[in-house]
Design a protein around this ligand. Structure first.
Ligand SMILES: *[C@@H]1O[C@H](CO)[C@@H](O)[C@H](O)[C@H]1NC(C)=O
Length: 194
């Protein structure tokens, strides 16, 4: 009985050893392949501990704000990236662009530490909150307070002088706000509440 158990155990151990040896060999082979493949890419070892700088998440990077070309197509083509327009509520409406990012100096990574990152939305925020503006529009719309707050001073004065277009403009602006056709003058998006 002991003999059978002994044979059985040695068999298991040998098998485990064989499997281990095989996977070691495989790893060496694929490591070598990786090395030769990446020799051209500045000796980057995909099994090594370092991450490519360009693969780091946003938290490790200092990125520029997207460049505003203010609808100047030639300027955008010259630069190769940047935004023609800012804002938009739906994903399809929002322009995306590349920005220049630099890795924080304390972070260790492989490859160039400054690079272009793609897919950054052309969106900015200033001090405009949707709910606050809506309240202004509901309560003080006849004085044009909503438009004053959005920075649309010209129409705001008109609204004030006509006392909200004798009530009609007051209501129209509330509808415009709710349907997102009345937005901040500076092209910024509504600030999210955090
Ligand atoms: C657009 O940008 C180009 C290059 O920066 C500049 O020469 C041109 O004057 C700009 N056009 C307008 C209309 O601002």
């Amino acid at each position: 009985m002991d003999l059978i158990l002994y044979l059985f155990m040695t068999m298991i151990l040998k098998l485990a050893y064989a499997i281990q040896a095989r996977s070691d060999r495989e790893q060496q082979v694929s490591g070598a392949v990786a090395l030769t493949r990446s020799d051209s890419a500045n000796n980057y070892r995909i099994w090594g501990p370092k991450v490519l700088c360009s693969m780091l998440p946003e938290d490790f990077l200092e990125c520029n704000k997207p460049i505003d070309h203010k609808d100047n197509k030639t300027a955008k083509e010259e630069k190769g990236y940047g935004c023609l327009k800012f804002g938009g509520l739906n994903y399809e409406d929002v322009e995306h662009t590349k920005v220049l990012c630099t890795v924080f100096s304390d972070i260790d990574c492989h490859g160039p530490r400054t690079f272009m990152r793609d897919g950054v939305p052309c969106i900015r925020y200033s001090e405009h909150y949707f709910l606050t503006t809506l309240l202004y529009s509901l309560l003080l719309g006849f004085l044009g307070m909503d438009r004053f707050c959005l920075g649309q001073t010209g129409t705001a004065v008109g609204k004030l002088l006509t006392l909200g277009g004798i009530g009609v403009w007051w209501v129209v602006d509330i509808i415009l706000l709710l349907t997102n056709r009345l937005t901040p003058e500076d092209g910024s998006n509504w600030n999210p509440y955090v």
